[in-house]
Design a protein around this ligand. Structure first.
Ligand SMILES: NC(=O)c1ccc[n+]([C@@H]2O[C@H](COP(=O)([O-])OP(=O)(O)OC[C@H]3O[C@@H](n4cnc5c(N)ncnc54)[C@H](OP(=O)(O)O)[C@@H]3O)[C@@H](O)[C@H]2O)c1
Length: 238
């Protein structure tokens, strides 16, 4: 893998493109208006090109998606779903809504029980995204605990997949179905779990390690969460 297509003309795309160039990769940055990236290209050190989203995706061995979150689905359509098939696609986008922050908090345009990467993977199923694939299986309101719900999700880690550090603001009970996963909460012991084994995270736990133990085989597990109805499934943490 030598050719990296970066879809995005913003700051994130620029920093990532310069980083890949620095490490000896060839980079094509994609934009709806490639001409606006000419100044970057002429100043870049290394093998730098610019093109449309489709040109960058078709040329690349691996693609980084670094567009505005609300435009991510449109951008991968413009890149061409066929141009992403079989390629590693690294998603740097956040599902931040266009609405201004409320009381200092950003809002997401995705629902509480879905992820943007889940939507993108459904659109480009042949792309090799290293992120976990999360499917919401069922949710039930808990009338004896008003405002709370029980949510069951299925998580699939592709080979080599690793979660960013996060928390759930929920009680989370994990049951492994297939493969092997490595889990650790802050201050806790690192454990490697196999099918039939379980793991628990409390609302105050910071999940510092969650990854597939294998670089060649997928892993699948079920998580049952007890959480506030409006709360997102995953919240980034330090
Ligand atoms: N993972 C992280 O640590 C991290 C950190 C910061 C930001 N982010 C995320 O990284 C992403 C990029 O952020 P950024 O600030 O560099 O750029 P940005 O301003 O959020 O996005 C600019 C890019 O979005 C594209 N775009 C906007 N509207 C579009 C539309 N309707 N159709 C197709 N493409 C459209 C633009 O295309 P054109 O080139 O054609 O104008 C441009 O390439 C965002 O999702 C942001 O939330 C992630």
């Amino acid at each position: 893998m030598h050719k990296i297509g970066i879809l995005g003309s913003g700051k994130v795309g620029e920093v990532l493109a310069d980083g890949f160039l620095k490490h000896g990769y060839a980079v094509t940055r994609g934009s709806r208006e490639p001409a606006k990236l000419e100044a970057w290209r002429s100043a870049a050190r290394g093998e730098a090109r610019v093109g449309t989203f489709a040109e960058a995706a078709a040329w690349a061995d691996a693609v980084v998606l670094a567009v505005k979150g609300t435009a991510a689905e449109a951008a991968i359509e413009q890149a061409g779903i066929a141009n992403l098939a079989g390629k590693l696609v690294i998603d740097a986008t956040n599902p931040i809504a266009d609405a201004p922050p409320k009381n200092g908090a950003l809002s997401y345009f995705t629902g509480a029980n879905e992820s943007l990467i889940g939507r993108l993977q459904a659109k480009a199923p042949q792309a090799k995204a290293p992120q976990a694939k999360v499917t919401s299986l069922m949710s039930k309101d808990l009338p004896e605990a008003p405002g709370k719900e029980a949510l069951m999700i299925a998580v699939e880690y592709p080979p080599g997949s690793s979660d960013p550090v996060h928390r759930h603001n929920a009680h989370a009970m994990v049951y492994v179905l297939e493969g092997s996963i490595v889990m650790q909460v802050k201050g806790g012991k690192q454990v490697t779990l196999r099918p039939g084994q379980t793991f628990y995270e409390g609302p105050d736990d910071v999940h510092v390690i969650g990854r597939n133990a294998s670089k060649t085989k997928r892993a699948r597990f079920i998580v049952v969460l007890i959480k506030d109805k409006s709360a997102p499934v995953v919240v980034p943490a330090e």
